[in-house]
Design a binder for this molecule. Sequence first.
Ligand SMILES: C=C(O[C@H]1C=CC=C(C(=O)O)[C@@H]1O)C(=O)O
Length: 447
Amino acid sequence: MSTQPSAPADVVPQPLLVRTVALDDLGDTAAVDPHDLLDLLPTERPLAWVRRGDGLVAWGETLRVEVGGADRFADAERAWQDVLARAIVRDEVQVPGSGPVAFGSFAFDERSAAGGVIVVPKVVVGRRGGRSWLTTITTGARLHPAPRLSDVVGPRVPPVDPGAVAYTDGAVSADGWRDVVARGIAAIRSGDVEKVVLARDVLARAEHPVDVRWALERLATEYPSCWTFSVDGLVGATPELLVRSEKGLVTSRVLAGTIRRTGDDAADLARAAILAHSSKDLEEHEYAVTSVAHALEPFCSSTNVPDVPFVLHLPNVLHLASDVTGVLSSPGGDAAHPSSLALAAALHPTAAVCGTPTVAARELIRSIEGMDRARYAGPVGWFGADGDGEWGIALRSAAIDPDDPRRVRLFAGCGVVAASDPAAELAESEAKLVPMRYALGRDASLG
Ligand SMILES: C=C(O[C@H]1C=CC=C(C(=O)O)[C@@H]1O)C(=O)O
């Protein structure tokens, strides 16, 4: 079923029927182990949001809403609310991620034809802190009996190796991108912006159609501290959480400021110290934290913004990181909090992916970057019936060509400030492409 933004009643003629059961109580967990969520996924259009073994995997499409333009978030939210208003829900688990769930992914730029999409799957399996559950979502007039995992999970078909992968330039060559960064630095020095984040793409062509599960498993194993995701052909493992909203508490993991790893632990510790004291990286980071703190302020009764970032260690890079938290203000009476998607919309684009000031940086990106970012660097994640959910920034990601799944577009970007150096930014962008190259590759080594 596919709908236009408002998902009117005549397009979803029958209510959504949602049933969640605890898997621990079903007695069929031995037959199908929900321990490894990714193992449950079928080949076709898998949906995923997992980190350290917890999260959600899903498949099938009960409902799909495509949106576009500046109102893409609000339109998606309205469609979801319309559908929920008529849903019949029996949720025996009642934890974040149980009950009705929609996955979403949205374009970075409102002008992009990529727009955005929310997908309401047919089957969702969730896991959180040792508890797991199964949700089935259909349409109809009456709730179905409690589902069993073994009824909805087919025989496991191992992910297919994409074989040899050849890489070519994307919209702008590596050399050309150095010039793009130089133009960004010139714009900063002439006072047009203080910071701009510039990105590039690289095209991959695999020998065989890319099996999303192959990439997901490699990403989740190698990058356990990242959020490994798959939504409508956009795949990745992002270290940056735009917003998590749960029971009135919001969290955002802000990253900006990067140094490549060497592969040598002692040398990397020294590099972590260099990063933590680099004025160029601290400046880059400060812009990103400020943009998130300011965007959250109107929604929160209190926020906590760390004074000093910590160094996040990933296998390919080290980042300056700050976890910003807040308590959503109660608007009075029974009024609901803004949904996690509304918060994501208010936060997007942060200075970690756009720049400072936002509008001027976005204009600069449009005029010098030379490509459409599509859904790269846009919000990706999920939300539930109460609006709570998790939205990452779609970094360390790639878009699989829906018309030819052998073709994949990989993305990476870098924050640029006055002290940036184009060659160093190019090297940093290469380091940020490592996760997706690794995800596609058979033996590609890290670093
Ligand atoms: C824009 C990207 O990274 C952002 C997140 C972390 C560190 C960044 C940096 O140091 O430039 C970027 O702001 C990307 O990975 O494509």
